[in-house]
Design a protein around this ligand. Structure first.
Ligand code: ITT
Length: 219
């Protein structure tokens, strides 16, 4: 104990001598040694930001990995995620997860659903608002399917119900965030901080389910 305290004191002396917070540096080194790494295979930086916020309290470092994997044409997000897991686990051996999500609009027979990325890249939020022009039923939901590979595939899901706003509101987040208003909120995701969005969102809920699993420990 005396040795630790004197080491701590000399770190303090050294840090003031060279004007650098050595104690914090030391803590970070120790934390990094014991921290486990979990790769998030995605091209979407917004998803990574949300995952880091949710997993912040665990000693797990989330590392984004942009590994291209085929997103099969299926109506079920779970099927797409399972295919991705299978494909990536052939190439990548560390524990990783990927996530597939989509926006399902009631009046449009669940469109764009699994085609959400393509539709956002083509007609965008303006296009969705045009499709709903004059329609009173603006109910929609987001769904997130996380596929974790840790000696085998495990699926976690989350749904966020809400409605499509009448106009584009807010600049935060990504994708359809400025046109989606979750239940029990007067704001769109586009007006929320990452933490607030996570408390309502499909991905936040799927991540909560994964956190419960991870708290038992990644082998
Ligand atoms: P990946 O590399 O992880 O696949 P992606 O952006 O292509 O990233 P998806 O295939 O899951 O993600 O595509 C779903 C699309 O749906 C995505 O591009 C967004 O436009 C939209 N989307 C998904 N989650 C969203 C969210 O939380 N907020 C707003 N839009 C979202």
């Amino acid at each position: 104990m005396t040795i630790i305290l004197s080491f701590w004191a000399s770190l303090s002396d050294l840090s003031s001598a060279i004007n650098f917070d050595l104690r914090n540096f030391f803590i970070r080194v120790i934390v990094n040694i014991f921290m486990e790494e979990l790769y998030f295979i995605t091209s979407n930086k917004g998803k990574v930001k949300e995952a880091k916020e949710k997993l912040n309290h665990l000693d797990i470092e989330i590392i984004q990995l942009e590994l291209d994997y085929p997103e099969i044409q299926a109506s079920d997000l779970k099927e797409i995620a399972l295919y991705g897991l299978d494909f990536c686990s052939e190439k990548f051996k560390s524990p990783f997860f990927l996530e597939d999500s989509g926006l399902f609009i009631e009046e449009l027979n669940s469109f764009p659903g699994p085609y959400s990325r393509y539709v956002h890249e083509t007609i965008g939020n303006d296009g969705i608002l045009k499709l709903l022009l004059g329609l009173s039923n603006r109910n929609a939901y987001f769904k997130s399917v996380i596929g974790l590979y840790n000696n085998g595939p495990i699926i976690f899901e989350g749904v966020s119900r809400g409605k499509i706003s009448n106009e584009i509101i807010g600049k935060s987040g990504f994708g359809y965030d400025p046109i989606f208003m979750p239940e029990n909120s007067e704001k769109t995701f586009g007006e929320m901080s990452t933490e607030e969005k996570n408390s309502y969102s499909h991905r936040g809920k799927a991540l909560d389910n994964m956190v419960k699993y991870l708290e038992k420990g990644v082998e």
